[in-house]
Design a protein around this ligand. Structure first.
Ligand code: HPA
Length: 270
């Protein structure tokens, strides 16, 4: 595993030159943030040694190096979901590569169903914490001490300083920013009304099929994490309607520019 990570990181180092301190994972319907990246170099995942290939619609699957608000960043347009059949090691492989490259900050975005009754479709939720409901853990198995400790602390999985910055920027820019707990599930089914209710009762504000594995590995790697959910549908009693992947993509697309604005402002400050 260590050699594979090294091989990919060496390949990228050659291609990228100076390594940015921030990497951004763009979620479903959020790939358009890539349009705001200037001086772009794009590397399709298929060309990156050892990278899995994304299959889901709405994820074009490439690594982008460029500048956002004048600062160099790395961005993943398209991520690897557990429901696609990838192992947890594959899902989180890009984060390991970022770690090997020396990336310090990981920004993550996703589309999610909102269970908090005060949420509306199109809201942005700053993730404050998560509940891991995936059936497998990305750190299960042999621990490589070079990568991180056997029993990682998760008391501040989403960096408090970055969260404070996000709230301040949203406030300054008059962007409505919700905050709450993200429940990570494997999918690919959306939730039944009873499941949404269950995830609400256990403390969740939003539910989605990604992010948690990457955030766990980023914490293992001691990277600082900032993450946002775009609320694309509601799992609130009385407001639950049939939901499709297309609607999720559409709702995410609409909220995307506001999230990009917050991310850009933070990238400029770190
Ligand atoms: N549930 C799970 N994943 C999701 C949802 C949802 O309601 N919306 C977008 N991704």
């Amino acid at each position: 595993m260590l050699e594979t990570i090294q091989q990919t990181s060496d390949y990228l180092k050659n291609k990228i030159g100076e390594i940015p301190n921030t990497a951004i994972i763009l979620g479903t319907g959020l790939g358009e943030l890539a349009n705001e990246i200037d001086n772009k170099t794009e590397i399709p995942y298929a060309e990156i040694p050892n990278f899995p290939i994304s299959t889901v619609e709405g994820h074009s699957g490439k690594l982008i190096i460029g500048t956002l608000g004048g600062k160099r960043i790395l961005a993943m347009q398209g991520r690897f979901h557990f429901y696609e059949g990838y192992s947890m090691k594959e899902v989180t492989f890009p984060v390991r590569v970022f770690q090997a490259l020396g990336v310090k900050y990981l920004f993550v975005s996703n589309a999610a169903g909102g269970m908090n009754p005060s949420f509306d479709i199109g809201d942005i939720m700053l993730i404050e914490d998560h509940i891991n409901m995936f059936p497998e853990h990305p750190l299960r198995g042999k621990n490589y001490d070079e990568l991180g400790t056997r029993f990682p602390d998760m008391s501040e999985a989403y960096d408090k300083k970055l969260r404070m910055m996000a709230m301040q920027i949203a406030n300054e820019k008059n962007i409505k920013l919700q905050h709450g707990v993200y429940v990570g599930v494997q999918g690919p089914t959306f939730e039944t009304p009873a499941e949404y209710q269950f995830f609400r009762v256990i403390g969740g504000d939003a539910v989605g099929m990604s992010t948690v594995p990457e955030v766990i590995v980023a914490n293992h790697a001691k990277m600082k994490v900032l993450a946002f959910s775009i609320i694309t549908d509601l799992g609130v009693p009385g407001k639950i309607v049939e939901v499709s992947h297309e609607e999720v993509q559409e709702a995410a697309k609409i909220a995307q520019p506001k999230m990009a604005e917050i991310m850009r402002a933070i990238v400029q400050k770190i």
